[in-house]
Design a protein. Structure first.
Length: 253
């Protein structure tokens, strides 16, 4: 299912330390796989819920990890009833995410699962760079802006291919994500849906100046109202800049 299993206990313990997990914390792990990271998280004294899509692996986890107090949930993390799984509490997500779903999964959790207030996720290095990139940096893109709307993200470690089975052809990165108390752009000024539509249009033609790439979604007069240069390119704008531009509405008539 596109997953490379973490097979090194030292790396698993390092991830648990970087995540700041300790006794009594509530931790959810997605894509628990063979349970290497699961075991390290449980050893901290945290309350661990391991989510696994593969039925055979879920059975292994029930045999190996459930005796350590781990709750095993079999299901697709993109379709789970997260309210039912997490209840009214606050959680940390710590996971080695399958490469093929890492980005949509992180975005979906930020958008719709506020009970997860912080994350440390292991992803492909290039994906991690995009998640944590700031305006003006080469990896900066629509994903960077969406994450910055909800949270602060930073790279906190690198992981070599040698600690996985099977061994991937790329390096991995650890990204720490902590949810803001409130979105970076006031939802009363512009909806998240409008903001992301403008952002995606801009990065869809990122080599063009914004006055061209956004011609179909932003009124030319909005640039002046938002204090954004129409000759700028998508990678030049912070999430606050995008918010002002998406919110700007020239007076009718």
């Amino acid at each position: 299912m596109g997953q490379n299993f973490l097979a090194d206990p030292n790396t698993a313990e390092r991830i648990a330390r970087l995540a700041g997990i300790g006794p009594g914390d509530r931790v959810v792990e997605i894509g628990a796989g063979l349970g290497s990271l699961t075991t390290a998280l449980a050893a901290t004294g945290a309350h661990v819920t391991a989510v696994e899509l593969d039925r055979r692996l879920a059975e292994v986890l029930r045999t190996e990890a459930a005796p350590e107090g781990v709750r095993v949930v079999e299901g697709d993390a993109l379709r789970l009833d997260w309210d039912s799984v997490l209840g009214p509490h606050q959680w940390a997500l710590v996971a080695n995410l399958p490469y093929n779903v890492a980005t949509p999964l992180v975005i979906t959790l930020l958008e719709s699962v506020p009970a997860i207030e912080r994350m440390v996720v292991m992803v492909q290095k290039e994906v991690g760079e995009r998640m944590a990139a700031a305006a003006g940096e080469e990896p900066y893109g629509a994903v960077s802006v969406k994450i910055a709307y909800w949270a602060e993200a930073q790279m906190v470690g690198r992981v070599p291919p040698t600690v996985f089975i099977p061994r991937p052809k790329v390096d991995s990165a650890l990204v720490a994500i902590r949810r803001h108390d409130r979105p970076a752009v006031d939802p009363s000024l512009v909806s998240y849906e409008r903001l992301t539509a403008v952002v995606e249009a801009g990065f869809g033609q990122r080599r063009k100046m914004l006055r061209r790439s956004l011609a179909a979604v932003v009124d030319p007069a909005a640039f002046t109202l938002a204090r954004v240069e129409p000759t700028a390119r998508a990678e030049d704008l912070t999430v606050a800049d995008w918010g002002r531009l998406a919110a700007a509405r020239p007076p009718a008539g």
